[in-house]
Design a protein around this ligand. Structure first.
Ligand code: ITT
Length: 202
């Protein structure tokens, strides 16, 4: 891992600036500088495999990313990728690994419409984070269970946050988007996945 002035540099291969902000929030106090991985000023195009498993998708993203790093002569840099998804029980786990395109095409209102009249609204947010530390591939997984709100609420966060009420103590029925970044960070699927990664970093 590259280090400057005692801080380690971590490149995050993502096009999602909400994820980037949360990665910075988590890793920077641990002594990392987190930068978005860009090639010619753009996040590199990554082909996501057809799979209903976050780990398979994250592994594919990191191997494509490491090949790009190597092509850029930076194979010894540390690289982070992740794949996340919202799995709604009554919809058989939908949108799951399709969360990104479903959010783009149906939006939060589309999810609320699919759940109209449903009492059963339990869901799980899952995250698989994969890190290349310059020598080894590390995998961390994290989940957060909760339920889908009756309407979108809150201004913080990104993506599905206005719909997701985590079932953690102190949430008091608030969505992730109604919580500060610190509060979401205490219990999120992403934090749990990152915690597993950090345990493996040398
Ligand atoms: P990448 O470039 O990193 O792949 P992405 O936005 O495509 O970014 P994912 O496939 O991992 O990322 O995420 C699936 C969708 O779930 C996407 O629309 C995200 O905005 C959303 N999402 C992921 N983590 C979330 C979180 O913590 N809170 C709310 N929505 C989240």
């Amino acid at each position: 891992m590259e280090a400057s002035a005692g801080r380690r540099q971590l490149l995050f291969q993502t096009g999602n600036l909400g994820k980037l902000a949360e990665a910075r929030h988590y890793f920077e106090p641990l002594g990392f500088t987190v930068e978005q991985f860009l090639i010619n000023g753009e996040p590199p195009e990554i082909i996501e495999p057809q799979s209903d498993d976050l780990v398979t998708v994250a592994r594919s993203k990191i191997s494509q990313g490491v090949a790009l790093l190597a092509g850029a002569g930076r194979a010894d840099s540390a690289l982070l990728v992740e794949d996340a998804g919202l799995f709604i029980d009554v919809l058989g786990g939908f949108p799951g690994v399709y969360s990104s395109s479903v959010l783009e095409k149906l939006g939060l209102d589309g999810i609320l419409t699919l759940l109209q009249g449903r009492e059963q609204r339990t869901a799980l947010f899952g995250c698989c984070a994969a890190m290349w530390d310059g020598e080894r591939l590390l995998i961390g997984e994290g989940n957060c269970t909760g339920e889908i709100a009756q309407e979108a609420r809150g201004e913080h966060g990104f993506g599905y946050d206005p719909l997701f009420i985590p079932d953690v103590s102190g949430a008091d029925g608030r969505t992730f988007a109604q919580m500060s970044p610190e509060e979401k960070g205490r219990s999120s699927h992403r934090t749990r996945a990152y915690e597993q990664l950090v345990l493996q970093i040398g």
